[in-house]
Ligand binder design. Sequence first.
Ligand code: SF4
Length: 481
Amino acid sequence: MENACKDYYKTNDDKELIEDKTKEKVKIKADKKKIEIIKEREASVCYNSKKNDKGIKCDAESVAGSVSQRACVYCGARVVLNPITDAYHIVHGPIGCASYTWDIRGSLSSGEEVYRNSFSTDLREEDVIFGGEKKLAAAIDEVVANYSPKVIFIYSTCIVGVIGDDVEAVCRKAEEKYSIRVISVKSPGFAGNKSTGYKLACNALIDLMGKKKDENKEKIEGINILGDFNLSGEIWILQKYLKEMGVKVVSKITGDGKTEEIMNAPRAALNIVQCAGSMVYLAKQMEELYDIPFIKVSFLGIEDIKSSLLNIADILGNDEMKRKTKVMLDREEKKISSKLIYYKNRLKGKKAAIYVGGGFKAISLIKQFNELGMETVMVGTQTGKQEDYDIIKSLCNEGTVILDDTNPSELEKFILEKRPDILVGGVKERPLAYKLGVAFCDHNHERKHALSGFEGAENFAEEVDMSINSPVWKLISDAGF
Ligand code: SF4
């Protein structure tokens, strides 16, 4: 390894320069350990302690001055609705807001591809002064003239919230004119945080399904899948299991979703909720409006896959369904068990840090790391609820750092303090991990392979192993970075 490092130095001057820089970096790292937590954030950060549990502040607005990793309201709404494959999305606002498109989400479709387009009213200074309603009506006309939409979602962004366009009136007129659904999503970025956007998206979905139960429509003995966005085809893995179990899927909300099947969702017998952060609100609404009970499920990691599928079979099934489910679970687990043992041997004793969107995903990841013999030393979420943090605390060791709605400087502080071998997060956390010389696993919408189901559990173990045990970390540390 020494030789490999020596190759970097072309001359002795270069060597001295690098050594000086290294000393400087070590000093900077040491200084970073002194990063102070903003006073108003102190209640949202804690070291896990079973004896002295003061609870954690969560499910609240972000603190001004703290660079929250949460996205804006509009973005929260868009990420939930965008995967509906035959829906059209018009972003009423400046062109910059429209940059949040399919391209940075990656949910897959088994049919239509129109959802990969983004439409914008491209509001300019003149529209801000004189109003943008005419431009919005013209944009709807253009989409209808060029395509045959069944549903268009209209997102109001910050500036529309400021100038006060009557978007709902424009939507109503367009619905009358074209006899299609044109649904207003009032989502100016300043109206809250990403969670507010999730709620607005759920309200738009209720609007699409109908706000009242249609007593004339018969129930279907099947389920709605809520909160799977079909990243890398994950919903198809789940559908394969459900098909073998004999469970009918009424609708997928929203990964690989279709307008008509979502409109049929009120007829289902059960809702299963994966992304709890975005979809528990919808599940509760559907329970109230259409009498559909819901359960939370997760298909990340062997323990949660098995308990979730068995739970579905228990609620819906006859004895034959339960038997089929057990046979399938045994078979699928056996298929990957030798590989998981191989990865466990390579990962045993390593430390993990987690910073993800929802609480339920964080809980599954802690269990998944346990299955691989790893310890979670830091865990946080953007939108976790008190009940999620209670479970997180019960699963983690004493002293694990727990954070709600954190910021880059806190992440840096605790990564330097706890020295995890890997950080699991999304696109915003990736550069931080690499800058601090820590392996990274993308568990958000940019991932390119499935991480759920049995095959996903194997992919996850493989990725964690490849990232942690990559030779690059030793090269970097030997070079003093
Ligand atoms: S914060 Fe406002 S301006 Fe920025 S992307 Fe969100 S809606 Fe657009």
